[in-house]
Design a protein around this ligand. Structure first.
Ligand code: HEC
Length: 182
């Protein structure tokens, strides 16, 4: 190959690289558009996997917290201990009631009434630096029942403080999900 051909080939490759990177970035997740707007994953209760639950007995966050994750994200975490790019985690809060059942008295169960839904999407490449709902390696979102718009205005105000106790677990309460254990 002569010098001219090499130069042309190199220039062509250099031109192609940024385009490839851009195409990759926009493919982060089906739940994120090119501006970084996070959408509520449709039918997440049947499309994602339930990885664990919490029960908060009283206060503003009372009720059942059911947590869901995508299959690829689960497999990656189980084998590497890290959240893969594009991993989606959904936490749904439901009101609870108690009643007597054949298993015992005062059994707590989740009602049909949803309080709110939280979403985190892993971003290993800091794609949306200008968007206040992205940072610390994640996209952060909050949805009210029946609504599709992320109502979190800034994850640093709305989310981060409460997730700092698990900073060394990539800001996720990772140790408490049985399904994530190998
Ligand atoms: C009042 C404290 C608090 C605030 C505010 C908060 N979180 Fe959390 N979050 C928690 C705790 C504690 C857990 C796990 C235990 C639980 O659900 O009770 C959790 C769990 C989660 C989970 C499940 C994965 C995990 O980390 O275990 C997601 C997803 C989540 N939060 C997203 C968000 C987003 C997005 C925001 C902001 C819009 C937010 N949270 C705001 C305290 C909080």
């Amino acid at each position: 190959m002569n010098i001219l051909n090499t130069a042309v080939l190199t220039t062509t490759l250099l031109l192609l690289i940024p385009l490839t990177v851009k195409a990759e970035s926009s493919k982060l997740s089906p739940f994120v558009n090119t501006q970084g707007h996070i959408m509520l994953p449709a039918d997440f209760r049947t499309n994602l996997y339930h990885i664990g639950s919490w029960f908060v007995p009283q206060g503003e966050a009372s009720g059942f917290h059911d947590v869901y994750m995508d299959k690829i994200g689960i497999s990656a975490f189980r084998s590497t201990g890290k959240y893969a790019d594009g991993t989606v985690i959904v936490k749904e809060l439901r009101h609870s009631k108690t009643s007597d059942f054949t298993t015992g008295k005062g059994v707590a169960y989740a009602t049909d009434e949803i309080k709110q839904i939280f979403v985190m999407i892993k971003d290993t490449q800091n794609r949306f630096l200008d968007n206040p709902n992205w940072g610390d390696g994640w996209g952060w979102a909050l949805f009210k029942p029946g609504q599709t718009k992320n109502i979190s205005s800034d994850y640093r105000k709305d989310c981060l403080g409460c997730h700092l106790p698990v900073k060394d677990k990539d800001l996720v309460y990772s140790d408490y999900y049985p399904t994530l254990k190998p």
